[in-house]
Design a protein around this ligand. Structure first.
Ligand code: GDP
Ligand code: MG
Length: 448
């Protein structure tokens, strides 16, 4: 899968000091393959990969993130940008009713979506009306009526054409036009027009949808598309754009295992925002589309992205640089003051234990982290603050009598002081190894 491949390529990057051209190329190749596998259209893949490479090249080596995290972030940012940045909201008409028309292939999920959207709007205080302008399928009107009833909203449907009420016949354009009049009369402020779809792109269907559009002059035309249709999504999206035109896209069946390739292709190729997401058969399985969430779905690394964001926000690059300089002998030795400072950074990062558990490849640290107790930082702080400045700067001078004085001053046992001093020397050794380019380091984690 895309996620596996990306994880693999990031695994290769992990632990290197900085992004090299070879790293970037290797990662770009993986991302390209992965996106193709996820059914993203080729031109979109090409453009996407080029943009990621460009940004990776230009990126400054970050103080807060390791190179792998940096690439993930660039890939993610680029995905979010293509998927539309912020969520685009529905536009309401200045004068009610607002008319929303749905278009898309048969089975895309229009009729289901009509009811979901109506319920969602109703919950926000609107008084929506559903309009059954799909008179093609025998059961389409009934389906909308059933769903409308479930949502507790009014459904405007043509009178049954025969005694059984099964065949409706009639002119969908006329039905749609009459529905708008009815909505105006009965003070419904939003009208949602469900239309017919065919299994494939079809001239007659497009013409009918265009005629309905002309009759109701919609404020929003929403193109409804099944996220599972993969490569076909672009062709279909383009055909509806040419044939009917639309303002936004609704992705359905996101509860399936589609990785979101369709979302990326459609957003990029049509430039139209994806506005809503449908993710199940229940009427409440519906939400605004969130580009950032879709990006993490495509990457399948949502928690990791949260961590990166937080790490970036919190990490004090200056302090890190200072500590690194000291380790390299430029600013004197790494002291207990630095040790304490780094501990406090760890605390600032929040529930580090939980977050780091989410990082792929962090399994090796997980056990240590699970044993990591935040109160430990308070105890360490108390002990270090009971030391003199000279002791903090030159921990080697902390002999037995000093240890018992420090223990008394901080209200701890001498054994606690011993343990802390031992841990400090261990951490210093570890950090010096890291500074020489040894194991990949976790910034700010000397005590864990
Ligand atoms: P239409 O032909 O475009 O009106 O599509 P329908 O609304 O009739 O939906 C076609 C089928 O897809 C129905 O069986 C729906 O229950 C189902 N469906 C619609 N949206 C979703 C969704 O988000 N998830 C899942 N799993 N099924 C959906
Ligand atoms: Mg339908």
């Amino acid at each position: 899968t895309l996620s596996d491949r990306l994880s693999d390529s990031f695994k290769n990057l992990r632990g290197k000091g900085r992004l090299s051209e070879a790293d970037i190329d290797a990662t770009a190749r993986e991302i390209r393959l992965a996106l193709l596998e996820a059914d993203v259209a080729l031109p979109v893949v090409k453009e996407f990969v080029a943009a990621v490479k460009e940004r990776a090249r230009g990126a400054e080596v970050s103080g807060a993130l390791n190179p792998a995290q940096q690439v993930i972030k660039i890939v993610n940012d680029e995905l979010v940008t293509i998927l539309g940045g912020e969520t685009r909201r529905l536009r309401f008409a200045k004068q009610a009713p607002t008319v929303i028309m749905l278009a898309g292939l048969q089975g895309a999920g229009k009729t289901t979506l009509a009811a979901k959207l109506a319920l969602w709007l109703k919950d926000q205080g609107s008084s929506p009306m559903l309009v059954a302008a799909d008179l093609q399928r025998p059961n389409a009107v009934k389906q909308l009526q059933v769903n409308g009833e479930r949502a507790g909203v009014t459904v405007f449907a043509p009178e049954p054409g025969n005694a059984q009420g099964v065949e409706h016949g009639g002119d969908p354009v006329d039905v749609a036009r009459r529905a708008i009049e009815e909505a105006r009369r009965t003070l419904h402020d939003v009208v949602i027009v469900d239309t017919a779809g065919r299994l494939g792109i079809d001239e007659e269907l497009m013409q009918q949808a265009a005629d309905i559009r002309d009759a109701v002059d919609p404020d929003e035309v929403l193109f409804v598309v099944d996220a599972m249709i993969g490569q076909d999504a672009v062709r279909t999206a383009q055909a509806f754009l040419d044939g009917v035109g639309y303002d936004g896209v609704v992705l359905t069946k996101l509860d399936g295992d589609a990785r979101g390739g369709a979302a990326l292709s459609i957003a990029k190729m049509t430039g139209k925002p994806v506005m809503f997401a449908s993710n199940g058969e229940k009427l409440t399985d519906f939400d605004l589309f969130h580009p950032d969430r879709m990006a993490s779905r495509i990457l399948d690394m949502g928690d990791l992205l949260t961590l990166i964001e937080q790490a970036e926000k919190t990490f004090d690059a200056d302090q890190a640089a200072k500590a690194a300089a000291k380790l390299q002998g430029q600013g004197g030795e790494f002291t207990l003051d630095d040790f304490l400072e780094q501990m406090q950074q760890v605390r600032k990062m929040g529930s580090l234990t939980k977050m780091l558990g989410m990082l792929p490849g962090m399994g090796q640290f997980r056990e240590q982290l699970e044993n990591f107790d935040e109160r430990e930082i308070d105890r360490i702080q108390a002990i270090i603050q009971s030391m003199t400045p000279a002791e903090r700067a030159h921990p080697k001078m902390i002999d037995g009598s000093r240890r018992s004085r420090i223990a008394k001053g901080s209200g701890r046992q001498v054994s606690d002081v011993n343990q802390l001093v031992d841990r400090f020397f261990e951490a210093r050794k570890m950090m010096q190894q890291m500074a020489r380019g040894g194991a990949p380091g976790l910034p700010g984690m000397p005590g864990a």
